[in-house]
Design a binder for this molecule. Structure first.
Ligand code: F6R
Length: 365
């Protein structure tokens, strides 16, 4: 049931404040102000030399965000790859490695094959899945379920942000178990994560502005998305979503990679989405943005008030989100990225919930 929404995707985007709240309360102990992930002991974070993560599509991009978190908050090296590559790569593994697989459906063929490879190698297997009775959930040693509820739209939205939420809690849990995250820092980070549902609600308030600029975007034939750090996977996610829903060709790049090739694409016809919360590396992203502006690129900056004030006049359009801490930013910035793709697709008149050539669950390789 779509309720009052035109598409399941719109409904699922708007469900995020609620389902993120459900997912947070499963994995955080609000009283103790700590991460509390049942079954995390199976992953043996304390003794790990490496965490291997594999998934497909948007689920892979959730994993890519979590690499920044596991490395920063838990000093745990992460090796992440898309499952279709990982499964045939013959990566060496030891009992000092554990593996994590991320999947909304829990049935994705390549992700399942990667899981089976790691299992054969003797690694402990964790799965972040949304469907608890799925094959991936059954074959894992421990399941960290996303509490997103059923996701009907083919494009993953609420499952993605719930995956990020589970992974953030896991990173804090790993940091504590590895003795690198102080109780004080953990408390602070948990308090920040507690803000996610209300921040998500505020992010949804940017929808009207996004709808307006999506109308212009729907005239484009190409688009670029740029971001650094945890905004880099979001740039990839923005491009993936725009492609699959509106059929507009889009690419996501790490902002610093621009001058190594893609800057050649810039002209006045290409919209460039810059995802840049005002953080420690904001200045770096802004200088890449100015390089785009100098070549006539049409910039849409997604940032906060501070970022907008510090960005000069390079952007034609700005989507303003509330100010927020580093750990919550990729979860919340996912919402405007989803809404841009959604509204552009609606203007294009494409089948938003069931884009051509795509299936919700990819059970063949
Ligand atoms: C993109 C999208 C896909 C899925 C991918 C993995 O919006 O939905 O890229 O993320 O097919 O699917 P799951 O998570 O079911 O393994």
């Amino acid at each position: 049931d779509k309720g009052n929404y035109k598409h399941f995707m719109a409904k699922e985007i708007h469900e995020q404040p609620e389902v993120l709240g459900h997912t947070l309360s499963r994995y955080l102990d609000y009283g103790a102000q700590s991460a509390k992930v049942a079954g995390a002991d199976k992953i043996k974070f304390k003794d790990l030399s490496r965490l291997v993560i594999s998934a497909c599509g948007t689920a892979y991009l959730a994993g890519l965000v979590s690499k920044y978190w596991f490395e920063k908050y838990a000093r745990l090296p992460v090796d992440i790859d898309i499952a279709s590559e990982f499964r045939y790569r013959e990566t060496p593994m030891s009992d000092k490695d554990s593996a994590l697989f991320i999947s909304q459906s829990g049935e994705t063929a390549d992700t399942l094959a990667s899981l089976r490879y790691c299992k054969e190698q003797g690694a402990a297997i964790g799965a972040v899945v949304n469907v608890p009775e799925s094959t991936i959930a059954r074959e894992a040693d421990v399941v960290f379920q996303t509490i997103a509820g059923p996701e009907i739209g083919v494009a993953s939205t609420k499952a993605f942000t719930c995956q990020l939420t589970v992974l953030a809690a896991l990173a804090l849990q790993a940091g504590r178990e590895r003795g690198v995250l102080s109780a004080e820092d953990e408390k602070k980070l948990v308090a920040e994560l507690t803000e996610v549902p209300s921040l998500a609600l505020k992010a949804l308030a940017s929808e009207q502005a996004i709808e307006k600029l999506s109308q212009t975007l729907s005239q484009a034939t190409n688009a670029l998305y740029l971001g650094r750090s945890t905004s880099f996977p979001l740039a990839l996610e923005g491009a993936l979503k725009l492609k699959e829903l509106s059929y507009i060709h889009a690419e996501g790049y790490a902002a610093g990679e621009l001058k190594h090739g893609p800057i050649a694409l810039i002209d006045e016809n290409i919209p460039v989405f810059v995802i840049a919360p005002y953080d420690r590396i904001f200045e770096k992203t802004v200088s890449n943005m100015q390089e785009v502006a100098a070549r006539g690129g049409r910039i849409v900056l997604i940032t906060d008030q501070k970022g907008a004030a510090e960005s000069g006049n390079a952007a034609q359009d700005t989507v303003i989100l509330p100010e927020m801490s580093d750990i919550v930013a990729p979860i919340i910035y996912a919402l405007p990225v989803q809404m841009i793709a959604y509204h552009t697709a609606v203007f294009m008149g494409t089948d938003v919930d069931q884009p051509r050539n795509l299936a919700k669950s990819v059970t063949v390789e």
